[in-house]
Design a protein. Sequence first.
Length: 325
Amino acid sequence: MAAVDQIKGLIKSFTEGDDDRFYATAMQIAASEARKGHRTIAEELKKLIDSAKKDRKTQVTIKRLPVNAAQKELNDLLELVHPKVGLKDMVLDKNIRHKIQRVLDEQKQFDLLRQNNLFPRKKLLLSGPPGCGKTMSAHVIAYELGLPLFIIRLDGLMSRYMGESIAKLRLVFDAMEDFRAVYLFDEFDSIGTTRGQGNDVGEIKRVLNSFLLQIEKDDSNSIVIAATNIPETLDKALFRRFDDIITYPLPDEKQILEFYKKQFVQVKKSMDLPFERLAKESIGLSFADIEKVTTDFIKDILVYGLEKADVNEVFEYIKVRKAPY
């Protein structure tokens, strides 16, 4: 097919909303460039096509959300997020990276596993200190699988009226059945606390019992992620309901060093930064804390200029983050 015909085909398939033909024509153009020896252009086109497929898949899924009496209530319960971070962008302990990669690999072989009466990992409990990558991992899983991410608003879920919270929770699990996505229960300990605690509110106990029932019988194609900073407060019955429990520690010196180099990728081209010293001084901080340190220094450079930016300020920012509040 001549180049002009391919371009016409692209435009026609785009205007008609024929995604399959649009991507097929785009791949033909990429293959044509590769045959001409333009491998860099061909690779760039392929990456753009793969990225467009992921974005388009997310948009199509979102458009299929229901428009009925329950829509407004569901919108109050779910916050839609468009993930933009991939696994390669995260600094992770190798064991955690392996566990996340296994979830992705099993999800990508969903049909093969189902043919053998098996399910891929889809119910995950992430625990560890704040700012260590739990929420970001949910973003990564959604991004890598080309799925939308819904964060459950726990403030909207809980109601003072008996039974209303359970009805709302059931609505969320119904959405999981109807719309494949990643569903994140962040700060899950607010509803997952042990039922034996004497100061538990009755409605929270009922919600926890309902959650146990719903997640036990859930056979949707969606991925359910619960994240907690204080796993010791969770009801013991929760743990066996999850396919995998991933514990996030604070980053070690090596991971901190890698994180600084990623964060300061532009700065290090312009000035000599003592990365090893920074990493050693930052032991005990979370990734979120370290990101704030780097952001503060990058803002210094932008506001005051490279010549006036003092590297020693980074160490001051680290001290502030390590100071008890």
